[in-house]
Design a protein around this ligand. Structure first.
Ligand code: HEM
Length: 74
């Protein structure tokens, strides 16, 4: 089963979850070693600038998801 079968989301909130998934998958594909990610998790989880960066990545992906869903206008 594809990890990204569709960008379709019924609501903006559901779309935001897709944006988070896209963002996390980029990290996972870049660093496939689970242990390495586990080790680094406390670094970003306890750093305000890292968390702000995370928000920015998710916001960028959300733009794509929102556009793909025509901004839920209909
Ligand atoms: C957990 C998002 C970057 C490693 C999480 C969680 C979220 C998240 C939402 C909480 C999941 C939950 O408790 O249900 C993101 C986003 C990222 C990012 C959006 C980048 C844009 C990273 C990076 C690393 C990392 C750079 C390490 C190199 C982890 C690990 C967990 C975690 C190990 C714990 C997983 C778990 O408890 O199951 N992340 N993260 N993440 N993240 Fe990230």
């Amino acid at each position: 089963m594809s990890w990204l079968p569709s960008l379709h989301a019924d609501t903006p909130e559901e779309g935001y979850e897709i944006a988070i998934k896209l963002s996390r998958m980029a990290v996972k594909k870049t660093q496939p070693d689970d242990n390495a990610r586990d080790r680094m998790r406390p670094d970003y989880a306890n750093n305000a600038d890292s968390l702000t960066q995370v928000s920015l990545v998710v916001a960028t992906n959300f733009q794509t998801v929102a556009k793909a869903n025509e901004y839920w206008k209909t």
